[in-house]
Write a protein that binds this ligand. Structure first.
Ligand SMILES: CC(=O)SCCNC(=O)CCNC(=O)[C@H](O)C(C)(C)COP(=O)(O)OP(=O)(O)OC[C@H]1O[C@@H](n2cnc3c(N)ncnc32)[C@H](O)[C@@H]1OP(=O)(O)O
Ligand SMILES: CC(=O)C(=O)O
Length: 491
């Protein structure tokens, strides 16, 4: 069995409140989806706006492998708009529940049926592949649903789709429901929403019942709680049901990240398959198991979906994972020192802190006694800054026992201070600042400032950190801490 994938990230996904993509962004995502291997790209809803049509046209003019589809209501103008974008197909949507007919369309079943048939004929006559879709089908009368699909197929619909528009199915009902629609004479598609968190389970149940196409979005974005997530459906089919799709599974993680970046809808860390924690391990028992045999706590390999495994340091850590991380950071320690580092990591965890690599390096260097004799010590720092002066800093340092006085100017007070320190050390060691990152941990102008820097000396790169309410002092301390650690390694 092979399942076809219709990706609607660019249509239903873009209907996520707050998301709108420019034509160029749509094109970039479409190119990615095409290389991912989706069979059909629902590129948008051509009637929506001029920009939407421009985006769809940009996509159709690329000659992609995927079929390019536009959403259309059962309205001739919508189909004409789709035709003007040169799409291959329309996802022609007709509400079918009494609720939608009476309150939204204010039409009878007969009127809607006629509208659906006419629009199907019109689209087919204009050379479009037609996927006739019933909106709110899972709250519709089965008899009417079967009738609209049967007459739609007679009118030229190539495929039919039943939408669980507000996510009302359960896996059991989905199996029954799609089973009843799977023998009507055209391939059946599934379109499930995630209002009860069941979109993926319902999609899988419907596919098992005989549907052959599934509508999904990257990261499960879409209206309200979203749609069935492509990555979850595809990997479940592959790993749990032994069912094939044309998706290049190893591109799932990069595609997920791209869509998150471009839509601004970022993932919760525990998102299945593509979340940052999907292959991360902190607890000692798990990490030890994974180090010995990854399958113990990983149902699939991270490489399968283009992700990566991570071991996270914190309260639940065990010694095996700690040793591994220290090895990766190039820090060699005895069993006795390992126990001391282990104890300190646990103590930080008990204080509610997460332990970053910078913290782990600092703890290890302290335990190893690398920091006992600081080569560089700050005696004084003075800053002058304002709207009519060039930011200037003077520093007095003790460098290897000798007093060094220097001054520097910069684009701001932090830059001036770092320039002055670098000048003080110029004759002593060739150290360069590779990265500087600053965060305000708490809110307000009196916030705690967290500065993380990366320094290089030759081939060795280290990170250092300082957290203080004063951004200049945090920067100076982080810099000097990094310098001392680099110099300590020299010994
Ligand atoms: C479940 C889904 O995801 S449906 C897809 C949702 N996507 C969109 O809405 C795409 C973006 N939408 C838009 O840009 C606009 O809503 C447009 C251009 C489609 C229409 O805009 P407007 O003409 O201003 O109408 P508006 O959006 O206010 O109302 C929708 C109209 O379409 C009708 N309609 C809704 N669905 C359908 C349908 N499937 N087939 C036919 N008519 C429909 C409604 O009854 C209403 O008609 P009315 O004006 O006669 O009352
Ligand atoms: C058509 C569609 O997106 C829905 O019914 O959910």
């Amino acid at each position: 069995m092979q399942v076809r994938v219709l990706d609607t990230t660019l249509r239903d996904g873009e209907q996520t409140p707050g998301v709108s993509l420019t034509p160029e962004e749509k094109l970039r995502i479409a190119l990615k989806l095409d290389s991912l291997g989706v069979d059909i790209i629902e590129a948008g809803s051509a009637i929506t706006s001029e920009g939407e049509r421009e985006g769809i046209r940009m996509i159709t003019s690329e000659g992609l492998n995927a079929e390019i589809c536009s959403f259309a209501r059962a309205v001739q103008d919508d189909i004409d708009a789709a035709i003007s974008c040169d799409v291959d197909s329309v996802h022609l949507v007709v509400p079918t529940s009494d609720l939608h007919l009476q309150h939204k369309l204010r039409k009878t079943e007969e009127e809607v049926l006629e509208q659906a048939v006419q629009c199907t004929e019109y689209a087919a006559e204009h050379g479009l592949t037609v996927e006739l879709s019933a909106e709110d089908s899972t709250r519709s009368r089965m008899e009417f649903l079967r009738r609209i699909f049967t007459e739609g197929i007679q009118a030229g619909a190539d495929r039919i789709c039943a939408c669980d528009t507000v996510g009302m199915l359960t896996p059991e009902r989905s199996y029954e429901f799609y089973g009843e629609l799977s023998g009507l004479g055209a391939p059946l598609s599934i379109h499930c929403h995630n209002d009860f968190g069941l979109a993926v389970a319902n999609s899988l149940a419907g596919l098992r019942a005989g549907a052959s196409e599934v509508h999904v979005t990257i990261n499960g974005i879409g209206e309200r709680a979203g749609n069935a997530a492509l990555e979850e459906v595809v990997v479940a089919l592959y790993s749990l049901y032994d069912v094939k799709t044309n998706i290049n599974i190893e591109m799932l993680y990069e595609t997920s990240r791209m869509v998150a970046r471009m839509t601004g809808v970022y993932l919760q860390p525990n998102k299945a398959i593509v979340g940052e924690n999907a292959f991360a391990h902190e607890s000692g028992i798990h990490a030890d198991g994974v180090l010995k045999k990854a399958e113990t706590y990983e149902p699939i390999t991270p490489e399968l979906v283009g992700h990566r495994r991570r071991f996270v340091m914190g309260k639940h850590i065990g010694k095996h994972a700690l040793r591994k991380r220290l090895d990766e950071l190039g820090l060699k320690v005895s069993d006795e020192k390992l126990m001391e580092i282990f104890r300190r990591v646990k103590a930080l965890g008990d204080m509610g802190k997460c332990v970053t690599d910078v913290d782990l390096q600092a703890i290890t260097e302290d335990v190893l006694g690398l920091m006992e004799d600081k080569v560089v010590d700050l005696e004084e720092v003075t800053i002058v800054s304002g709207n009519r002066v060039t930011p200037t800093a003077s520093v007095k340092l003790k460098v290897d026992g000798n007093e060094v006085l220097e001054a520097g100017t910069g684009v701001g007070p932090v830059d001036a201070a770092i320039v002055a320190i670098k000048k003080s050390l110029a004759d002593f060691a060739d150290i360069t600042l590779e990265e500087y990152h600053v965060d305000a941990i708490t809110g307000g102008t009196d916030a705690l400032i967290d500065v993380i820097i990366k320094l290089r000396r030759g081939d060795r790169i280290i990170s250092a950190r300082s957290t203080q309410p004063d951004i200049i002092m945090a920067s100076v301390e982080a810099f000097l801490s990094g310098v001392n650690r680099l110099l300590a390694y020299e010994d």
